[in-house]
Design a protein around this ligand. Structure first.
Ligand SMILES: [Ca+2]
Ligand SMILES: [Ca+2]
Ligand SMILES: [Ca+2]
Length: 124
């Protein structure tokens, strides 16, 4: 736990603003805890934004600047992200983000998980 917090502090400067924006969008009732229901709602909203033509698949073109991040969600390697693949990736993020396993993600847990995701080198 302590190591995670230090790591987050080091990566805070650049990722901080984006993380804060993501958090505000996700914590719908603003109580400082992200419940799984809030997370699922945010995931659904994010999916609707990504899947611009609503065909249930997100292409790399639709993903835009998120394409590199989303590529890891393409588990069947067809070059598109299906809604099921997207949700599976989100749920695996959730499982690691809820570090204390209490069923909700605190802002600190969210920031730590986001920092881990952002600092993971592509292909590294
Ligand atoms: Ca909340
Ligand atoms: Ca796919
Ligand atoms: Ca938690």
């Amino acid at each position: 736990m302590k190591r995670t917090i230090i790591l987050f502090g080091a990566g805070l400067t650049l990722a901080g603003a984006a993380i804060a924006g993501n958090w505000q969008a996700a914590d719908a009732n603003g109580d400082g805890q992200l419940t799984k229901a809030e997370f699922d709602a945010a995931t659904a909203a994010e999916w609707q934004k990504l899947d611009a033509d609503g065909n249930g698949q997100v292409t790399t073109q639709e993903a835009g600047d998120k394409a590199a991040k989303l590529a890891t969600a393409d588990t069947n390697g067809d070059g598109q992200i299906s809604q099921a693949e997207f949700i599976a990736k989100k749920n695996s993020w959730w499982a690691t983000a809820d570090a204390d396993g209490n069923g909700s993600v605190s802002r600190d847990e969210f920031a730590a998980a986001s920092a881990r995701a952002d600092t993971r080198a592509p292909g590294g």
